[in-house]
Ligand binder design. Sequence first.
Ligand code: AMP
Ligand code: GLY
Length: 435
Amino acid sequence: MKVLLVGNGGRENAIAHKISESPSFKRSGGKLFTAKGNPGIRKYSELTCISPDDIISLAEFALKEKIDLTVTGPEVPLSLGITDEFEKRGLRIFGPSKLAAEIETSKVFAKKLMKEYNIPTAEYRAFKKEETDEALKYLNDFTFPAVFKADGLAAGKGVIIAGNIQESMEVLNLFSDEKNLKEAGENFIIEEYLDGEEVSVFAVCDGKDFVMLPFSQDHKRISDGEKGRNTGGMGAVAPVRKFMTEDINNKIKERIIIPVLKAMRESGREFRGCLYCGLMIVKGDPFVIEFNCRFGDPETQAVLQLIDSDFLGMLQSAAEKNLKNYKLETNDKFSCCVVLASGGYPGEYETGKKITGIDDITGNCFVYHSGTRYGNKENEVLTDGGRVLSVTGISDKSMNDAVKIAYENAGKINFENKYFRKDIGFRQLKNNYGN
Ligand code: AMP
Ligand code: GLY
């Protein structure tokens, strides 16, 4: 079986690893290509030099190479219509169409859909960029904090929480400035702040049926204790055992995933791919904070090792609208992914720093490459992004053990200005909250 994976990051490195371990892939003597990949992904696949956003060249490549299944990691190619381009040519692909991807790319669309179908989410109002007076009026009798969200894609940087009217005015100024958020800032929403436990849920969907993968928890803020600026994600753990009861599990399916798939079908945007539900659990009830149209990063690096059934088979069944015949099997392991970032991220940072120590890792640990590239010397790997490496520790015993494995190995890897959070997984550790 020939598979093409689209993307360059830690998520794609974890997907490549899992595809290469899939029984259906191995049985068929499978071959994996990645566009365009990175030094970590190269271990599992042949890299091509096509950019993930060049969807026409990707489709031509898939036709030429007779690719059986293409798997898209990031949201940008999906938002550009990679699935539509592939399907036009009769090529099989995992990932939603351009219209279905709007569930992530337009917060305004997603909020409207949720309201119409009674899917629990924070109360909100949508505004155009120039409607700052209306926004201020809306905030007059608002119970702060208020959450501001730019409408389009902003790489995790389009959400700002304001504690009072003064801070809100600063956000409105920022959003009204063309330069700051480019097209992401054309429209924005203001919504109520939800106070609870955040959890990431991946539902692999074929338009109608779905499988829900083990829950995970991301740490989005740059500093320990959930402080500082929002990032793409500084680390993640899976599964989420604390507070996630069977009852909440059922509510997520009944109140969120089933109705949203129905809503998408009824609006002509059948969703096939990974529906990422960013949820806030408030007093035992799930509320949607955001939907994404793809696997999360770095949650994927933590979640995939908990799957025992054929991963590639799952993606293929979803693409072929045949998920009802797929049986998901998971294991009882614990997984913790710590992201090593370039100092300065999510603001400005330098790249091109030499990375050492990757070969020194020990124990049940995988180092997935998020932002790296080859240097000029043989086997030299350099930093090439804000998030550089995703160090994932796996344990059969406990979350505490998985966290320990991840941090022991994170400490062995070095590059200039390496930065990482020291408290990934703290919510899921024993002895936290006194138990
Ligand atoms: P988003 O890009 O929508 O996932 O938002 C980024 C982060 O902002 C989320 O992961 C939450 O931690 C936080 N956030 C977003 N919306 C809300 C909300 N309504 N209430 C509380 N926190 C929120
Ligand atoms: N970790 C958050 C995301 O992938 O959007």
